[in-house]
Ligand binder design. Structure first.
Ligand code: NAI
Ligand code: MG
Length: 362
């Protein structure tokens, strides 16, 4: 683990982002104290719709110089669709961070937690525990293409998929290395080389090539259509799943959906080279429908903090934090759990229960 202090930029954003963030920080501070980790938090009010209303932009001009000095960005959620259109708020903030900071990995755990009603029948905690690694910068989400003969019978649209060797290899290496560090050492690649006849065979070829450097990792591949079926019917067979930008996008919503509520899922937008800060956030958005009521589930935010510690190599601290989340959820105290989990509790009751659980371990 690194010995220096971690500098973390805190961006709560909008809506419930601002409500869950304090509990994420409190839990991180509790675990940092226990393991003698030095975490240095600096909060920013930009990348929020309130900032936009005051300044006419989501970010200050010098946002990049400001944020690049940090090791990580701890991000709540952005969006107030009644006030600022979603494309403006998202493209003006979060998506800029992901691109400009070359966060080429999107990482999401897919883990069935205790106390969560699994939408798949007969699955219990332990049965579903895998990672989804999504390519986050190229692939199907390119701007190359165009539209001609608009409004005529010859109207034509084309959008190209871009796969570069650098881009494909770096996401595959990350996924292989993650699999290598897991007990099962199993990597599944999402493909569609039967239908998409140029880029997907290339993806498969790169998987094969890179697998030669990871002889301990068992590799298999499935076409994306049957793979989605397996997520639902046989989620226990997966350990690490890697996919292109589009396939990864679909799988990274489907996977966590198979494990219950959106309020607990975290994600990382990672620059593994550490040339730029990585960004850790809950999967959920700003939830305007429940914002201001103090009832948002803070687990996604707290778990995102856990991923951040894991990313920086604080494995013991990260594992304690995950245990604390699981212990509180497993207890199933309806006074503590939030409404989305079937409880009567609040952001505060659940957030503080996890904070106390962390403190109790020490
Ligand atoms: P959402 O995730 O904010 O909410 C979807 C549903 O899940 C809502 O009914 C909400 O109440 C519930 N929910 C979400 N998080 C919860 C939590 N922690 N505890 C309990 N219930 C929770 O997605 P939605 O409604 O599509 O988007 C709302 C706004 O958030 C939009 O402006 C959208 O653009 C933005 N958004 C931002 C994201 C980000 O910052 N990464 C991601 C997704 C959406
Ligand atoms: Mg998505």
């Amino acid at each position: 683990a690194p010995t220096t202090s971690l500098k973390i930029a805190v961006i709560p954003g909008d809506g419930i982002g601002t409500e869950v963030m304090p509990y994420g920080i409190r839990c991180l501070q509790a675990v940092a104290q226990a393991f003698n980790i030095s975490l240095n938090f600096t909060a920013f009010n930009f990348a929020s719709c309130e900032y936009y209303q005051k300044h006419g932009d989501m970010l200050p001009m010098d946002w990049k110089e400001t944020l690049v000095k940090f090791d990580a960005i701890y991000f709540g959620a952005v969006g107030m669709p009644d006030v600022v259109p979603d494309n403006v708020s998202l493209w003006g903030s979060l998506l800029k961070f992901r691109r400009e900071f070359d966060q080429y990995i999107n990482l999401r755990p897919c883990r069935l937690m205790p106390g969560v009603r699994c939408p798949l029948i007969d699955r219990k905690p332990g049965d579903i525990d895998f990672w989804i690694v999504r390519e986050n910068t190229e692939g199907e989400y390119s701007n190359i293409g165009g539209k001609i003969f608009e409004g005529t019978d010859r109207e034509t649209v084309i959008q190209e998929t871009v796969m570069t060797k650098t881009g494909v290899d770096r996401v595959l290496r990350y996924a292989f290395s993650l699999a290598q560090h897991r007990p099962r050492k199993h990597l599944t690649s999402a493909t569609k080389s039967n239908g998409i006849s140029i880029t997907m065979p290339y993806w498969d070829e790169r998987v094969h090539d890179i697998s030669l450097s990871y002889p301990e990792v068992r590799v298999d591949k499935y076409h994306i259509d049957i793979l989605t079926a397996h997520f639902v019917q046989k989620p226990d067979i997966f350990d690490v799943v890697v996919g292109s930008n589009l396939f990864g996008d679909i799988l990274s919503d489907l996977g966590p959906a198979c494990t219950g509520t959106i309020g607990i899922a975290p994600s990382g937008n990672i620059n593994p080279d550490r040339t730029f800060p990585s960004l850790f956030e809950p999967v959920h958005g700003s939830a305007p429908d429940i914002a201001g009521k103090g009832i948002a589930n803070p687990v996604g935010m707290i778990w995102a903090g856990q991923m951040m510690l894991q990313h920086f190599g604080y494995f013991d601290a990260a594992s304690l934090m995950l245990q604390a989340i699981e212990a509180v959820l497993a207890r199933g105290d309806t006074e503590v759990l939030t409404i989305d989990m079937g409880g009567k509790g609040t952001t505060q009751s659940l957030g503080e229960a996890i904070e106390k659980e962390i403190q109790a371990f020490t």
